[in-house]
Design a protein around this ligand. Structure first.
Ligand code: AMP
Length: 413
């Protein structure tokens, strides 16, 4: 016997119903905000991913050589592939370019609840614009996507790497030390951060000043300086748009770093506290990747939502996904009426209704039980007495109520 590989999942019909429902909600929301869907290959040249993150990322991804000896990788995320696609074929498209995707990703992660080796991301890239209104719209989109799939309790945090770098400069933290400091900030290990900063010679006052700013959500606590004045004003404007126009509650959180080599300026995250350890649902920000892929420098910003986690979070909050019903289940009462029953099924199917017909020559009782198990709204009995009068019996599967209807009448159901 075989099992699905570690960290992968099979999805039975009732799970697929949920996934397709959520996918459609996500698609609709992207479209409402003017985004257009794209698709890129499931595997790329390995370099598409190492270019940004270096060879260290190879440990975290599924990479392989194909029969032609090419180094390839199953995509661990979609921003790099989309940027590769943009530089290759879409650079001349009118701006802003609003692209979205829903696709499976692969990471050699340690599997646990909410963390898989194959999972789905839904995300977008906004290319050619980084005005405060563009960024606010993008963040509002991420937030509303999650709200539209039924999530109630989500928190949006906005960070800023330009401001963080300014604070590092003020504290004279070296490039080498930054590499140690950033993961501690990212994981909010403030005690360890304190000790590290002490060891590199910072005073208790300096460290506390820094930690206070990292922990505050109050923009006015950031020290005033010409170097970051413009950035702070931009951040204020984005907050204003989000709060006053989009009515979204958001908080500044400078401890969001998301890897300094990839993102710049603004970064943001949305989390669902109900998920506990793996609570991060969405991450995004302004990034600099296009020139790295050989394209002309263009502002770009995007985000990715963890599709699987979003479903988990909605369910944990008690959200009930709509049941998928079939419209009619057709039961030939005698074997002699099988062909007529199939004909009736085809009449209804041609009208786009969801129809199934008994294929197992079962008795009425068993056929009805099966009809209930596949969520049929109605059963249609094709019986000899009624059929002789060009009629069939329709049963409402919820109330049990039955009525006679002419075959001609079926065409107008
Ligand atoms: P990232 O590209 O790492 O910023 O991830 C974006 C989102 O994808 C995260 O916020 C998670 O919700 C989701 N995600 C990342 N890795 C996994 C994984 N191994 N399994 C399921 N979801 C994941």
């Amino acid at each position: 016997m075989f099992e699905a590989p570690r960290g992968t999942r099979d999805f039975p019909p009732w799970e697929m119903n949920k996934r397709r429902y959520v996918e459609e909600k996500i698609r609709d929301t992207f479209k409402i905000y003017g985004y257009r869907e794209i698709q890129t290959p499931t595997f790329e040249h390995l370099q598409v991913f190492t270019l940004k993150s270096g060879d260290a990322i190879i440990d975290e991804i599924y990479s392989f050589k194909d029969k032609g000896g090419r180094d390839l990788a199953l995509r661990p995320e979609l921003t790099a592939p989309v940027v590769r696609f943009y530089v290759e074929k879409l650079q001349m498209e009118p701006k802003p370019l609003k692209l979205f995707y829903i696709g499976n990703c692969f990471r050699y992660d340690r599997p646990q609840k909410g963390r898989y080796r194959e999972f789905t991301q839904a995300g977008c890239e906004l290319i050619g614009v980084d005005t405060p209104e563009a960024i606010a719209e993008l963040i509002a989109l991420a937030y509303n996507l999650l709200r539209n799939i039924g999530l109630k309790n989500i928190n949006l945090h906005i960070g800023n790497l330009t401001i963080l770098s300014f604070l590092f400069r003020k504290l004279r933290i070296s490039e080498g030390d930054k590499k140690e400091v950033i993961p501690l900030i990212d994981k909010e290990k403030f005690d360890e951060l304190y000790i590290f900063m002490q060891n590199v010679g910072l005073s208790a006052d300096e460290i506390e000043w820094f930690l206070d700013i990292l922990k505050t959500d109050d923009i006015s606590r950031i020290p005033i300086s010409d170097e970051i004045e413009e950035e702070i004003e931009r951040l204020r404007e984005i907050f204003r748009f989000l709060k006053d126009i989009y009515s979204i509650d958001c908080k500044m959180k400078l401890s969001i770093v998301r890897g300094l080599d990839y993102y710049k300026d603004l970064v943001f995250e949305i989390e669902a506290p109900i998920l506990g350890a793996e609570k991060q649902l969405c991450g995004g920000g302004i990034y600099e990747l296009i020139p790295l892929f050989g394209g002309r420098e263009t502002p770009s910003v995007g985000f990715a939502i963890g599709f699987d986690r979003a479903i988990l979070a909605a369910e944990s909050e008690g959200y009930k996904f709509p049941t998928v019903y079939i419209d009619y289940y057709i039961i030939p009462v005698t074997h002699s009426l099988l062909s007529e029953s199939i004909k009736i099924a085809q009449i209804l199917r041609n009208r786009g209704l969801l129809v199934d017909v008994d294929l197992m020559r079962r008795g009425i009782g068993k056929a009805l039980k099966y009809a209930a198990s596949i969520n049929a709204k109605h059963a249609i009995f094709v019986g000899p007495d009624e059929y002789e009068k060009d009629a069939v019996t329709i049963r409402d599967m919820f109330t049990g109520e039955q009525k006679l209807i002419s075959i001609e009448g079926l065409k107008n159901l």
